[in-house]
Design a binder for this molecule. Structure first.
Ligand code: A2P
Ligand code: 11C
Length: 339
């Protein structure tokens, strides 16, 4: 069977990649409907060999649609995902709007595909920095139980969207030609800088991005006892989030144990050959599907500790690819229906 698939936010950084992933994975579509704001209505996009005309998102956009992939921001998801689900369309939502809702599964297919079984029409795609960390931590948690995670991120500007990609490009150009820069998307200059500030600050002093990593981890792992503390930093990289991750486990694992666990885990490529100066880097992960893990070593300051470096393309595994993979599992499990 083929499915009618709507892509909501089809002109954005993630939406464009969703169209590419649907094409690359030969997703079984009978029709693809690109949706965006009124500003984009009439624009052309292409997918699976067809030129498609972008339509304005309205309440009536989901009639006859089987699956809708949303990436047009939280406010749009909050308003339109329930409308889509009410018309019988299964929504896979890439925004933060539904992630912590008890009625919505939060899924990384390599980690908790079983949570799709209880979906009620809206399924949430986790935050990009959470997804890549989950892919790498799940095999370790299953083997040795993770007690605590300390993570610092180095996140690409594409996580913010198309305007931020343009802002970094423009700032670099201007600075290299001796002109002053304008910061519009970010609070400060991002070119040649690092901003320890992603999403808005919360009353506890953490940013919302940091708290997403804390809260989404326990929901995806299905284990409220895992403690996570995060510092999220925006860096002048276009594509690919990097993470320095320190974990403490209940059982002892050597660095070699971790390497062999991750070597057989789905979605992971180990790149850990210090003698060849080979380790994961965002310029290599960009455009790829895998989550790359390297710099695996024991934390010598505690009994059961491991340090590692995790890199993945935030727009692919962190967003568009994970969303499409969720839709693929829905099809496999015959779950493309709103109960
Ligand atoms: P548009 O291009 O018409 O503004 P990004 O994250 O790269 O900034 O992309 C955001 C996506 O969400 C774009 O496709 C954008 O469409 C879409 N979007 C933004 N606001 C709305 C809206 N009010 N209705 C529908 N789509 C929207
Ligand atoms: C970033 N992680 O890199 C964000 C992007 O909650 O879906 C995704 C925000 C979200 O800026």
């Amino acid at each position: 069977k083929n499915f009618v698939v709507a892509v909501c936010g089809a002109t954005g950084a993630v939406g464009q990649e969703m169209l590419k992933v649907l094409e690359q994975r030969n997703f079984p579509c009978s029709e693809i409907i690109p949706l965006a704001s009124a500003r984009s209505a009439g624009k052309k996009v292409s997918c699976q060999g067809q030129e498609l005309t972008v339509r304005e998102l309205t309440k009536d956009s989901f009639k006859g649609v089987d699956i809708a992939l949303f990436s047009a921001g939280g406010a749009i998801s909050k308003e339109f995902a329930p409308i889509a689900a009410a018309s019988g369309c299964v929504v896979v939502d890439n925004s933060a709007a539904w992630r912590m809702d008890d009625e919505c599964p939060l899924v990384v297919p390599e980690v908790n595909p079983h949570d799709l079984d209880w979906h009620k029409g809206i399924i949430a795609n986790p935050n990009c920095s959470t997804i890549q960390m989950m892919v790498a931590l799940k095999p370790i948690h299953d083997e040795a139980r993770i007690k605590r995670v300390v993570v610092s991120t180095y996140q690409a500007v594409s996580g913010t969207g198309q305007k931020a990609i343009e802002e970094l490009e423009n700032q670099v150009r201007r600075l290299m030609s001796g002109q002053p820069v304008v910061a519009d998307v970010y609070a400060h200059q991002i070119a040649f800088n690092c901003l320890p500030h992603i999403d808005v600050f919360q009353p506890n002093g953490y940013t919302k991005e940091e708290m997403k990593m804390v809260n989404e981890t326990t929901k995806i792992m299905g284990d409220p006892t895992i403690k996570v503390t995060a510092t999220c930093v925006r860096v002048p990289v276009f594509y690919g989030h990097s993470e320095s991750v320190n974990i403490e486990t209940e059982q002892k694992l050597s660095a070699d144990d971790v390497r062999s666990l991750l070597a057989k885990a789905p979605g992971i490529i180990i790149e850990d050959y210090p003698e060849k100066l080979a380790y994961p880097m965002p310029i290599n992960a960009a455009g790829e599907d895998a989550t790359y893990v390297g710099r695996i070593r024991e934390d010598e300051t505690i009994d059961n500790g491991i340090n590692m470096w995790i890199v993945s393309d935030n727009i692919r595994k962190g967003a568009a690819l994970n969303t499409v993979q969720i839709a693929e599992v829905l099809i496999e499990r015959d779950l493309v229906r709103v109960p």
